[in-house]
Design a protein. Structure first.
Length: 187
């Protein structure tokens, strides 16, 4: 693999998202730290929301640039979903620590994410391609919108979170269904 195949704009954007996720998490879970002494917690939430929106924008642009300019790489196909998971994990766990998100909703979302990640690894080991479906993409966007609403304390954030849970579980069902369609012998 050449240097140009590794260092391209989509991979750089995914890497930036990887770096922004723990920074956002820091602002959410360390609000009582002396590091942020004298800063109102609402400002830390706003800054975390800004970081989240910035990181979410990199998700759109890295995919768009990779597809449009044929810059899809193996590294990018690993970095992109990892960065997405880290960003949503940081947002959901941070919100849960703050008491701004239902622990049950977060549990269901994270359990589905871990299970489907394992299923995708199993599929790849069998030579199957179970790429993200449209429902998987809608699920990710809905999760990101819910995180944004909850970070900002906007009306409807909890409802959006539960809609994201429903879409997350349904898209998980689609992955399982497609996996077994490809692996089970037809009768």
């Amino acid at each position: 693999m050449s240097q140009a195949q590794i260092v391209n704009i989509p991979n750089i954007l995914a890497f930036i998202r990887l770096l922004l996720a723990p920074v956002m998490f820091l602002f959410l879970v360390n609000q009582e730290s002396s590091l942020f002494e004298g800063i109102d917690p609402s400002w830390l939430n706003y800054f975390a929301a800004f970081i989240f929106v910035l990181a979410s924008a990199t998700d759109f642009f890295d995919g768009y640039i990779a597809r449009t300019f044929d810059q899809i790489t193996i590294l990018g196909s690993i970095l992109d979903p990892l960065a997405d998971k880290m960003l949503t994990l940081a947002g959901f766990l941070g919100l849960m620590v703050l008491g701004s998100a239902s622990p049950w909703a977060i549990f269901l979302i994270l359990t589905r994410e871990l299970f489907i990640t394992g299923l995708r690894v199993s599929a790849v080991s069998q030579g199957l391609d179970i790429s993200a479906s449209w429902m998987g993409k809608i699920k990710t966007v809905t999760q990101m919108i819910a995180i944004g609403f909850l970070l900002m304390g906007w009306e409807g954030g909890s409802l959006l979170l539960w809609i994201a849970v429903a879409l997350t579980l349904y898209s998980g069902y689609e992955y399982v269904r497609d996996f077994f369609r490809h692996t089970l012998p037809s009768s």
